[in-house]
Design a protein around this ligand. Structure first.
Ligand SMILES: [Zn+2]
Length: 170
């Protein structure tokens, strides 16, 4: 079944929700439909509804636009790619590493934690990038919520998103 893009009151995209959740929000009058899927209808014995494609909540949702600093999200930011050898891995083969080692005052934050494969992590140990003679694939920083939202979407969801984006353009 199709998914629905949920916006907050100021049209800021929050997440994708399934159609049941979308209809619940609609019938409990917590959200309005901004756009329908043109090709899908849901039928009940007495009625039919077009499936919402984009919905907008009536209430503002505060502070949802911050990407949580955790293992999974760091992997996503780094595209599941070891930042030292630049090779992509499965999550189970990846670790997190302090670029500036903890022992040398390196912080545990978006700017100093990167995705590393096991072998690279072992090799690097407490050495600096200079000592190792390696370059990071990308300078680590806190991801922007919007681009992160897109990154985590599946292909189908992406098309809803791009339709919505096209809708907003003049
Ligand atoms: Zn590696």
């Amino acid at each position: 079944m199709r998914q629905t893009l949920l916006l907050d009151a100021s049209y800021y995209p929050l997440k994708m929700i399934d159609w049941k959740k979308a209809l619940t929000l609609f019938f409990t009058q917590r959200a309005e439909v901004v756009e329908h899927h043109s090709d899908i209808e849901i039928h009940s014995p007495s009625d039919s509804f077009k499936l919402p494609k984009v919905m907008r909540l009536f209430t503002k949702v505060g502070q949802t636009n911050i990407v949580k600093f955790n293992r999974q999200n760091i992997f996503y930011r780094d595209h599941f790619t070891c930042q030292y050898c630049h090779i992509p891995f499965k999550a189970k083969d990846l670790t997190l590493d302090h670029v500036i080692p903890k022992s040398k005052g390196g912080r545990t934050d978006w700017e100093n934690i990167v995705t590393a494969c096991g072998p690279c992590n072992n090799k690097k140990g407490d050495k600096s990038l200079k000592e190792m003679g390696i370059k990071l694939k990308k300078k680590p920083k806190e991801p922007m919520w919007m681009s992160f939202f897109l990154l985590k979407l599946g292909q189908k969801e992406k098309s809803v998103w791009s339709d919505w984006f096209a809708l907003k353009k003049p």
